[in-house]
Design a protein around this ligand. Structure first.
Ligand SMILES: Nc1nc2c(ncn2[C@@H]2O[C@H](COP(=O)(O)OP(=O)(O)OP(=O)(O)O)[C@@H](O)[C@H]2O)c(=O)[nH]1
Ligand SMILES: [Mg+2]
Length: 156
C-alpha cells in the first residue's frame, strides 16, 4: 500500500480541482460548487483504480494568489500527502475559462508553491481546465511554449 502512487491536485481556488478529481474518479465524491468563496477547506483523498494500478487522489484546498499563510498551509497539506504516498504526482490546474488565457494569478501560485516544494518534471502534470470547445489546433502547442516561458525553473 505504501508504494501506491498519489495524485495530488493543486491550483488556485475555483479552477476546478474537485470537479477534475470527480471526473478521474468517475464518481461525484468531492464537493464542487459555483461559490463566491473557496469550497474545499480540508484535504480529502479517495482510492482509484486506473488500468492495472491503484492511485490515491488527493483533493486539496485551493491556493490563494500571493497569500503566504495559504501557501504555508498548502505546503503542510502537500507534505502530509507525500508522507502517505511517497510516490506522488502533482497535477497543477490552471483555469482556462477566460478564452484559454493563462492567468497571472495561476502563474504566481504555481511559482510560489514550486519555490517551496521544488517539483520535478517527471512528477508534474500541468492541466488547463475549462477550455472552450472548438479551440484552434495550435492551442496546445502554443500553450506548452507559453507555460515553459512563464513558469520559471522546474527541476529535471
Ligand atoms: N462546465 C464546467 N464546469 C466546471 C469545470 N471545472 C469546474 N467547473 C465548475 O466550476 C466550479 C468550481 O469548481 P471546483 O471543483 O469547486 O473548484 P476547486 O478548484 O475545487 O475550488 P476550491 O475547492 O475552492 O479550491 C464548480 O461549480 C464546478 O462544477 C469544467 O471543466 N466545466
Ligand atoms: Mg475544491
Amino acid at each position: 500500500m505504501g508504494s501506491q502512487c498519489g495524485l495530488i491536485i493543486l491550483g488556485n481556488t475555483g479552477v476546478g480541482k474537485s470537479y477534475l478529481a470527480n471526473i478521474l474518479l468517475d464518481r461525484d465524491v468531492f464537493k464542487h460548487d459555483c461559490n463566491p468563496g473557496s469550497v474545499t477547506h480540508a484535504t480529502e483523498f479517495e482510492d482509484i483504480h486506473i488500468g492495472e494500478s491503484n492511485y490515491s487522489i488527493f483533493n486539496i484546498p485551493g491556493l490563494i494568489e500571493a497569500d503566504q499563510q495559504r501557501i504555508d498551509l498548502n505546503k503542510c497539506e502537500i507534505h502530509k500527502a507525500f508522507q502517505l504516498r511517497p510516490n506522488s504526482i502533482i497535477i497543477f490546474v490552471f483555469g482556462g475559462g477566460s478564452g484559454g488565457r493563462i492567468n497571472d494569478e495561476d502563474v504566481i501560485a504555481f511559482r510560489s508553491i514550486n519555490k517551496a516544494y521544488d517539483f520535478t518534471r517527471k512528477s508534474l502534470l500541468l492541466f488547463v481546465n475549462d477550455l472552450p470547445n472548438g479551440r484552434k489546433s495550435e492551442y496546445d502547442g502554443e500553450t506548452k511554449i507559453r507555460l515553459e516561458t512563464l513558469l520559471g525553473k522546474i527541476n529535471n
